[in-house]
Design a protein around this ligand. Sequence first.
Ligand SMILES: [Zn+2]
Length: 578
Amino acid sequence: MQSKGVGCIYVPVTASFQLDMFLQIGNQLTRREICYTHSIALSLVLYQFHYICSTQPCHMRYTALLLIHLLPAFLAAQNHAPSASGIRVSHDAASRQITVTYDLDDDEGDTVAVVLQQSIGGASFLNATQVTGDHGAGLTAGSDLSLTYSYEEGLNPAGIRLRLLVFDDHAPSIADMVSRVSADSIRAHLDSVVGVRHFAAAPQRLEEVSEYISRYMAAHGLSAHHQLFLANNTFFRNMIGRREGLNNQKLCLINAHYDSVDDAPGADDNGSGVAGVLEAVRVLSGYYFENNVQFTTFNLEELGLIGSYNYVNSGIVPGEEIVGLINFEMIGYYSDQPNSQTIPPGFELLFPAQVTQIIGNQSRGDFIINCGNTASNALYTAFNQAAAQYVPDLKVIGLPVPGNGQIAPDLRRSDHAPFWDKGYPAIMITDGAETRNHNYHSPNDDVSTIDYDFLTRVASAGIATLADIARPLNATATDIDLSVIAATGSARDGKSSLLIRPNPAKDFLSFTYRSDNATGPLLVTVIAEDGSTVGREAIARNAGHKYGIRVKGLAPGPYILRISDGTSQATGRFVLVQ
Ligand SMILES: [Zn+2]
């Protein structure tokens, strides 16, 4: 991917799933099979509407795709989340206004808040400011509520997605979330990622796992991105899934590195951590939060924390405050045998009480370590409290290190260290690596050595901590996607041009795109012959107008490339060869 000067590119890897699910061919709306990999009840309502421009020639027809995420009742056993239903959308192009009419439902008749969020050109959802009518706090259930959203001059509404977030002030129970964490599910995650994942020894497996993670995140309704970075003259990816919150300025992260060393299947190091992150995705993607929540898997940790250094240096959204990073670094190895836990030299001086406790328990490796530095004290305490409250069977030993942990370099050997060095709160959750697991960095680090009960308890504590710091909302959300459906043949709208070359293409698709709109990201969509969206990326502009996207992994055949920039749109055909 290009845009080296930009440093960081957020690239949504997979199409938002509502676009995957519905396509329109001509006037026919076709409902495709929906394969939704987890158990959230989902009902979909499709509206089609036309508008007629009275004041100017109108060539476009808009289709609104409405996706209603109805959270199942068990997610909020004490109090049902309110919801919006019966949504109607109308568009007045002359005044650049979109009016959303909806019925507001709440079983308990609570006071309800409604917030309209907007995503422009594939970017993250942010709270819309140009809204009038029935929105904000203090609403009550009823029919035919209405709000009006105004978009900026020059924007094409086809590039805008709206989200209606509806919530009351009964916070959902974190205990309910923890009760949904499943050892079977964690075992399946680990089975999906285990195997040597090394840039030189097994680059294909490393790539497969990154794709698997991204697909999993997208399938759970997260915006799936990657951060591309350069190392050894090769591009690598940190995989990122986000759920935007009400407060667009605060970010809570959970992470595990997904690479391994060159000769280890990496079950504990760090397939266990990745399995914990994927389980967090599965459980928490059913909820909405006040803060932004990000599920991250960094690459090239084993080469010197390269992915996480790149992330803290250029991957953080400007202006976003990091509430905390929970770093799962080997969380699946457990032993209650005496002398199964060794203690690094010097720890008896740094952590006398903890060492006394471990030795007093015959040096059993039957606990998880929570390691935080001085600036991370609140997060460190939050993990200890969440574990004690929600996972009382998990024994936690805390290692609070002064400063940034320079005094104990062993406690800086994972992706939390770059966060510490930038002053961001972060904790490492670990089974102690080679101080307990004798399979560390060896071919024996396989799934047969994993203790799934222990791994499940640790993942539960991390998930509870993430939910706690992110502040869950008793919410449902409805996404409204205003899309121009015009993906047939080559097209040019007079304001933009697209040249795909070389064509046929292989692995990478290179193209030149120019338009009057000189700023803003390009939303690149790849559409297969059957009309399904097979890829979607937002890429930064560059002055040379030359771009590229990775199409490796797509089946050979003809495709349509669609570029939207919020103002203009162009499409072209290309053929992919092996
Ligand atoms: Zn390692």
